[in-house]
Design a protein. Structure first.
Length: 92
């Protein structure tokens, strides 16, 4: 249930950004979507779990995803700075 709520919230936010910036001329805006996918061992109440091991696991997962995005920019397999409003889904 929590995954559905958070996913819907993300989609709504991205849709609002698209509505606000897609039709503007002279805009160069890239949004890189880093989805949290390392949830196999998390419990049902994960939105309320702020224990040290869980926070460390999430920080590490975020760091790995961020480094994939940096690598994508460095190797030019993920293009940012393209004119318009662009949503880039990070491929794992």
């Amino acid at each position: 249930m929590q995954d559905l709520i958070f996913a819907a919230q993300s989609r709504r936010s991205i849709d609002r950004w698209k509505a606000a910036y897609t039709k503007r001329e002279g805009i160069t805006l890239s949004l890189v979507r880093l989805a949290y996918t390392e949830q196999d061992e998390e419990v049902a109440g994960k939105a309320l779990d702020f224990s040290a091991p869980t926070v460390e696991q999430r920080w590490s997962a975020g760091y790995r995803a961020g480094m994939l995005a940096v690598k994508g920019v460095q190797t030019e397999t993920m293009l940012i700075g393209v004119p318009g409003f662009n949503v880039i889904e990070l491929e794992r």
